[in-house]
Design a protein around this ligand. Sequence first.
Ligand code: ADP
Ligand code: MG
Length: 255
Amino acid sequence: MEPLLELKRVSYAYHTKNGETYALSDLSFQVQSGEFIAIVGPSGCGKSTLLSLISGLLRAESGAILLNGKEAETFQKNIGYMLQKDHLFEWRSIYRNVILGLEIQGRLDEKSKERVENMLADYGLARFRDARPSQLSGGMRQRAALIRTLAPDPELLLLDEPFSALDFQTRLSVCDDVWAILRREKKTAILVTHDLSEAVSMADRVLVLTKRPATICADIRIQFEKENVTPFERRSEPEFKDYFNEIWKELNLHG
Ligand code: ADP
Ligand code: MG
């Protein structure tokens, strides 16, 4: 099966007045449609740079990034990008925040409006449709940001430490929510996180990056014997700490 996303020997350096920062070195991997990938690595190793390259915000200096077998440039609109900060605008209602991407892309029509209304209802935000972002809890805001990212129906979702601004308890429940939403919407996702527990609890596969310039030092498939366990439930399954320790070891060897 052709992978949804393929990176072939991608390298990238930032060139500034003060010299060059080599961020990524010879990085290759494939993502199949429907997979949930987590990427972990030491702080400053190039994780955000990697997502910016995949989204098309940055151009790779060497190597290739293919989505459905095609080179970059035109595919950004098939990719949804969600960041640590939810970037909801206080002067817009939740509904008007959520349709923002569609509006910008000129794709707001009856069908997409209905999709958005359905997602707000399915994911517990219908009651807050006309509220302002400040009236929502941190977890609800992140859910709204996710719906906004999903509204244009992207093929691939990039999540850059989307939970790190939340307190621990909220974070656990938002992980469950986001995981369930992405599963239900059958989305392919790449989650960048420095939290190993989060990676093991949510992903089908964890890629471990070395310190800068980042390259992949381990590609670990995560499988739990028990089926249909939520991220929160995974945390108390016996496999959890084995995966955690395996990734921890890789990070300490190469991080
Ligand atoms: P991570 O997300 O893993 O913490 P980043 O991808 O943000 O790491 O950054 C990787 C390296 O590139 C860091 O050393 C960072 O300081 C550097 N860097 C990031 N953005 C820029 C930029 N716009 N100009 C110069 N250097 C940058
Ligand atoms: Mg980062």
